[in-house]
Ligand binder design. Structure first.
Ligand code: GDP
Length: 418
């Protein structure tokens, strides 16, 4: 896949922190699995020997087989999840497409996302979609077809459609990032259901706002709700459509600092999810449409700026790349902590508990062995003694007999000579 190998971020991506941690914890759980199986095999072999292992200890170790399998399943499926929110037409789908470097999600007028759309890497290199509650893989060849397929479905606004896209087409998908697009926050959402179904396992939230307007109450309310359910959610705010600001170039700095201040105030003072310094790394002014267009040009081998782009494109493009870098660092670290910390602890506990049981068994086995050897020694000593006694006795007897024989001989020869 030329696309991935040509990407300079390939090996330096902060997402690798998660990818490597995932590989490592999966390997460790593979070893724990072997260890538990070995322990169970030993226990089965000594079954019924109550002197060696108690029933409760055997049950404890055997129970870990299922538990370890369960954890391994979860670990294999673990990914980093980012969810995008914002009002309709602020550019959520465009931001996702720009990040994925391809027109995957339908965007624009008439393609309002009316349910949750989740883009994730497909294992077999194919592209297909799956709707909630069905195992059927519907083939997707193009955006147009995807848009059509989504229109055909009668979906509720909280429902989820999963779009599987070839991993090798995009670094984010290859590195286990799952991106979720939401219906516009202005379509009177059932916020509680949205949060329960789609937000609790998200590592990062991206609020896409329109740089031409100000933060809306519905957008704020939604995140107020999210932050009551999750402690310190990671939130990025993207002021999209920043390209449109060039028409008011004399006010551009003023508008930018006003938006920045309001957004920072929202994150720091209202939601209390980050410090003022951190907020500086969470608020960006971008143009998703431009980035997508530029990246599509680049893939055709043309310079990024070869499309008809507004003034200041390069700066906005850099700012988008800066956002991607900060986003990758944030999601990778956050996901490692939330997804693996607990499991590492759990793995350690399982290993320690199995070791404790096995150590007790070993100590009992040693004690038994010692007892047997002692018994053996006792018998051995006794035998030895008897043998020695016997030998002594025999020796004595021999002496006596020899003495008697000699005596008899003497007496006989004497009698004969007489
Ligand atoms: P969504 O409803 O939030 O997913 O918004 P879309 O991504 O579908 O975008 C709505 C419309 O805005 C589309 O026609 C996009 O092409 C356009 N759009 C998105 N981002 C930008 C941008 O940065 N600048 C401009 N000028 N238009 C944009």
């Amino acid at each position: 896949n030329t696309l991935i190998s040509a990407d300079p971020r390939n090996n330096s991506s902060p997402l690798q922190t998660f990818v490597k941690a995932k590989r490592k914890i999966n390997d460790i759980f593979g070893e724990i699995d072997d260890y538990v199986h070995d322990a169970v095999q030993y226990i089965t072999a000594t079954e019924g020997n109550d002197d060696l292992i108690q029933k409760s200890e055997a049950a404890l170790v055997e129970e870990y087989v299922g538990k370890v399998t369960g954890i391994r399943e979860v670990l294999k499926r673990d990914h980093m999840k980012v969810a995008f929110f914002g009002r309709t037409s602020n550019g959520k789908s465009s931001v996702i497409n720009a990040m994925l470097r391809d027109k995957i999600l339908p965007s624009g007028i008439g393609h309002t996302t009316n349910c949750f759309l989740q883009v994730e890497g497909s294992e077999n290199g194919e592209s297909y979609l799956m709707t909630e509650g069905s195992d059927m893989k519907q083939n997707v060849k193009s955006v147009g077809q995807l848009a059509h397929a989504l229109c055909e479905e009668k979906l509720g606004e909280s429902q989820l459609v999963r779009i599987f896209w070839p991993r090798d087409k995009c670094l984010l998908l290859r590195d286990d990032v799952v991106l979720v697009d939401s219906p516009g926050i202005d379509v009177t959402p059932n916020m509680d259901e949205w949060i329960d179904k789609h937000c609790l396992d998200a590592d990062v939230f991206v609020l896409v706002v329109n740089a031409e307007s100000t933060l809306m109450l519905t957008e704020k309310n939604f995140f107020h709700k999210v932050s009551t359910r999750l402690s310190k959610p990671n939130i990025f705010i993207l002021n999209n459509r920043w390209d449109a600001s060039v028409s008011e170039v004399e006010y551009i700095d003023q508008v930018r600092s006003q938006h920045s201040e309001r957004a920072a105030d929202f994150l720091v003072r209202e939601l209390k999810v980050c410090s003022a310094k951190e907020a500086g790394e969470r608020i960006f002014f971008i143009s998703a449409k431009e980035v997508l267009q530029a990246r599509l040009q680049e893939q055709k081998g043309l310079p990024a700026h070869s499309g008809a782009l507004a003034e200041g494109f390069q700066t906005r493009y850099f700012e988008f790349q800066d956002f991607e870098r900060k986003f990758e660092e944030c999601i990778s670290h956050s996901a490692v902590r939330t997804k693996f910390e607990q499991h590492s602890q759990r793995g350690k506990n399982i290993a320690v508990e199995v070791r404790d049981v096995m150590e007790k068994v070993y100590e009992r086995a040693l004690a038994l062995q010692k007892e047997k050897t002692y018994l053996k020694k006792e018998v051995y000593d006794k035998l030895n003694f008897t043998e020695q006694q016997l030998m002594l006795i025999t020796q004595e007897m021999k002496e006596k007999i020899r003495f008697m024989v000699e005596d008899v001989e003497q007496k006989v020869s004497k009698a004969l000579s007489e």
